[in-house]
Design a binder for this molecule. Structure first.
Ligand SMILES: [Zn+2]
Length: 174
């Protein structure tokens, strides 16, 4: 059974309004393959701004994490994308930059593609639209019909990809 333990709470400056009203709650959570991860959830009592972040508990060096997605095995791998990570899928033209308002999250590789689809304009889902090809490409990738490479670059080393019998390459990032 996964175990969620409350580590503490602190009140810091809000990224949105700048007031020292942003209350962050930090938990430590045991996840298969990752051991311990930190989950931070925060809300500002002044402006209502909310933010979630995740990170591996053993924070590492700047790194680039590469996963070649060839089958369901890789699609089901767990991805911990921290707010400090840049995420790229070159074959699909996907790039998600880090930023102060970028949330961190844990999902599967397939889940990342669904998150990307949520941000695609609605008209692209219509079959005769110009951008429908892109949507179909991402859907094919999510169904295991197209191979691709997932690359995560994290200067704080707070992200990770883990899965059963999947080959994850980690390089030092300069
Ligand atoms: Zn605020």
């Amino acid at each position: 059974m996964p175990k969620l333990v409350l580590l503490g709470e602190e009140v810091i400056e809000c990224l949105n309004c700048g007031e020292k009203e942003f209350r962050v709650t930090i938990y430590i959570y045991e996840v298969p393959f990752f051991r311990n991860i930190l989950i931070e959830t925060g809300v500002c009592s002044k402006c209502g701004f909310r933010r979630t972040d995740v990170s591996v508990a053993d924070v590492g060096k700047p790194k680039r994490i590469i996963l070649k997605v060839k089958s369901d095995k890789e699609l089901n791998a767990l991805v911990l994308k921290s707010s400090t990570a840049l995420l790229r899928i070159p074959e699909l033209g996907i790039e998600v930059a880090p930023g102060p308002a970028a949330p961190g999250y844990i999902t599967t590789v397939e889940g990342i593609l669904h998150r990307v689809l949520e941000h695609v304009p609605a008209e692209c889902f219509e079959e005769n639209s110009k951008c429908h090809g892109k949507v179909r490409e991402i859907m094919n990738a999510a169904e295991g019909k197209k191979q691709f490479t997932l690359i995560i670059e994290d200067y704080y080393g707070r992200s990770g990809i883990k899965g059963k019998d999947v080959e994850v390459v980690e390089e030092e990032l300069r």
